[in-house]
Design a protein. Structure first.
Length: 359
């Protein structure tokens, strides 16, 4: 669990495109990073000659909507509409605070002692990336520079390889596509198995949400999960229980100023998705009636809700923030096997989530 921290699947970039000439973005399609507008509450590109800590910035626009994506960790740096921000931002020279906006792959959250057993029975030892808790946290791509495989004024698709390495025997292509559409911001994750054996994995994202300038403590968060992971001091699951026994029950909504959360939730109530099928919805509501819905495809069976009281803002500001992290599995899934995904050699998996503002 964090403590530091509607497109069809056919819309995703195919793995064939990722290794073809479409890796190069034509000058007519590319959106210049110079289009980014600097400001104290906007992702920017910094001074001429300076590179943001999150790498090259991709600025997407569609009417009054704007998104900024950083190349490192395919990080979501901004989503706003007509100047109203729906995700937290941070200065160019800083790393994403508390994992803000990064992609979590090929597993989200923590792996205990970095140790797990692969499907073939081989013992695996991942590099320890959270020394204080002796865990391997948030996958292998949070410091990876993704490559552009497709870009338009309204969308960008980024690609990163996950090659066999310490504690990880699989060879994967991963893609993240961000797109501005009528419904808001759409995000599609695709994983292709480039190895000779079935690969297990998980995927997550780490957005910190807001509704304009409304203080987070005045927002109400509804997450319909009926089950939470019970965790130890290292935020590793020791069991599962109905919500309400401990921690916050968010099923009917709770004022964020009155709760403290660091919970992985599951067993959501599914609702009808536009165009057919079902999806899950998690909703922030402000006192003025404005809302932000984070929706996910059913493969995102978990959401980590984290409310740090000391999220670093611009300057010396520290304040309450809220992360709602869509995840396909919870912490320690590599060890427990719970809700791990499997992709066969040469095949791909794809699923989506998105952010939809409302009045």
């Amino acid at each position: 669990m964090s403590s530091t921290d509607a497109m069809s699947s056919t819309d995703a970039v195919s793995s064939t495109d990722a290794v073809s000439g479409t890796d190069s973005v034509s000058s007519t399609d590319a959106v210049s990073t110079a289009d980014s507008v600097s400001g104290t509450d906007s992702a920017s590109t910094g001074a001429v000659g300076q590179r943001p800590a999150s790498g090259e910035q991709f600025v997407l626009t569609r009417g009054p909507a704007r998104a900024v994506i950083g190349q490192v960790a395919a990080v979501l740096r901004e989503f706003s509409i007509d100047g109203t921000h729906y995700t937290e931002t941070w200065p160019d020279e800083q790393l994403p605070p508390m994992g803000c906006g990064i992609v979590l792959a090929p597993w989200p959250n923590r792996t205990e002692d970095g140790q797990w057993t692969a499907p073939d029975g081989s013992a695996q030892q991942l590099d320890i990336t959270e020394v204080s808790r002796n865990t391997a946290i948030h996958g292998l791509l949070r410091n990876t520079v993704y490559r552009v495989v497709e870009q338009t004024p309204e969308s960008v698709t980024l690609h990163a390889e996950v090659v066999p390495q310490h504690g990880w025997p699989f060879n994967l292509d991963t893609f993240v596509r961000y797109e501005l559409a009528d419904a808001g911001l759409l995000v599609t994750h695709t994983v292709t198995n480039r190895g000779a054996e079935p690969a297990v994995f998980g995927v997550g994202a780490h957005p910190y949400l807001r509704v304009g300038d409304t203080p987070v403590e005045q927002l109400t968060l509804q997450v319909t999960g009926a089950t939470r992971a019970v965790t130890d001091k290292r935020f590793l699951p020791t069991g599962f229980e109905p919500v309400g026994n401990q921690g916050a029950d968010l099923r009917d909504g709770a004022l964020l100023g009155e709760v403290s959360c660091n919970d992985a939730l599951t067993d959501f109530v599914a609702v009808a998705a536009p165009g057919g099928g079902e999806r899950f919805e998690h909703r922030l509501s402000g006192p003025d009636g404005r809302t932000l819905t984070l929706w996910t495809d059913p493969d995102f069976r978990w959401a980590q809700v984290y409310t740090p009281p000391d999220f670093p803002g611009h300057g010396s500001d520290r304040r309450l923030a809220v992360a709602v992290e869509p995840m396909t599995c919870c912490a320690n899934a590599l060890r427990s096997g719970r809700d791990l995904l499997t992709v066969q050699p040469g095949e791909s998996w794809s699923a989506r989530w998105g952010l939809t503002p409302g009045d």
